[in-house]
Design a binder for this molecule. Sequence first.
Ligand code: GFB
Length: 357
Amino acid sequence: SELQWDSRGYILYCPCMGRFGNQADHFLGALQFAKGLDRTLVLPPWIQYRHGKPPYTNLHVPFKDWFQVEPLQEYHRVLPMEDFMEQLAPEHWPPERRKSFCFTMAAQRSKDKKSCPAKEGNPFGPFWDNFDVDFVSSELYEGLSYNTEDRGMVDKWNKRFPPDQFPVLAFMGAPANFPVLPQNIDLHRYVHWSDKMMAEVNQVIEKNLPRPFVGVHLRNGMDWKSACEHVDGSRPHLFASGQCVGYDHRTAKTLTKEMCFPSKKEVLKAVRKAVKKVKAKSIYVATDNDPMLPDLRKEFDQLSVFHLNPEVPQLDLAILGQADHFVGNCVSTFTAFVTRERKAADKPTTFFANKNK
Ligand code: GFB
């Protein structure tokens, strides 16, 4: 094959927790982890869920479909999983050497309590089946963490799994914290949309969104309503709320229900402020459920209010990234993706009902 084997070793993982926003949080952590261990990070496809019931028909979207690989190389060695499996695995990671790696705790869920349940259930099984991977054995670990900014932790990993004996660490879940650690947020500057994605984004903007435009993320589906019911002012952190209240538990501000599930009144108020600030000519609304078009069009009758409802949610993210101002949801990791991208490009973001900024 054209690819050279990297003797410093590889990290593979299944982005097996949560939907896109969660997977993206995990990706940044995995990237830092791979850099810390100085192993090549194999870029898994993104798991796109289509419906909740069996038979599962998850899509495994190649990393490259949505993002560029080259900019990531500036930070650390990475390789798309499709390339790893086609070009390197046959010789260097043959079926008889495929071990899965997990915390001892995770193995408690398996029948013999000694194996990683790496292929049990959805999305675990379908993910590895997509690459025809079965595991012959498991490697369990404890007392290790994924934050390799702690140099002592790097030594511990290398001692437990030296690259010459364990060239491939295939994790059953992302080797990363959730939500993303604050020190990894800036790694987002190496995450760039693919040319194909940007071409679509530019087309949508040219056709429908006279600048300046305000981008709005309305996270208001049923799942979100239930999630926000846990918010009662007593704890600051839920999913991505650190982006509004701060990441440090000791100094975090109060997280309110209105920040998690803003009322119509608050939505209109926050958008009005943004429209005024950038003298917007149009508004782009992204949502998982209710775009509030009648309310927004009534309130902003001089502006064009556009909602696309794209088949691929990532198109919403990429458009929101290009807005002249973005108003998002404090708690949503879907919003957080946009927040990070905009921060890296020095573009402004505000949040519904956020009194902390
Ligand atoms: O991305 P995600 O983890 O963000 O999951 P949250 C929300 C999913 O809902 C996205 C869809 O991946 C999309 O598929 N979605 C949300 C949207 N907003 C939009 C939008 O504006 N446009 C489009 N097209 N699709 C949390 C999860 O969601 O929700 C937690 O992270 C949990 O695991 C919780 O499930 C209830 O952080 O917003």
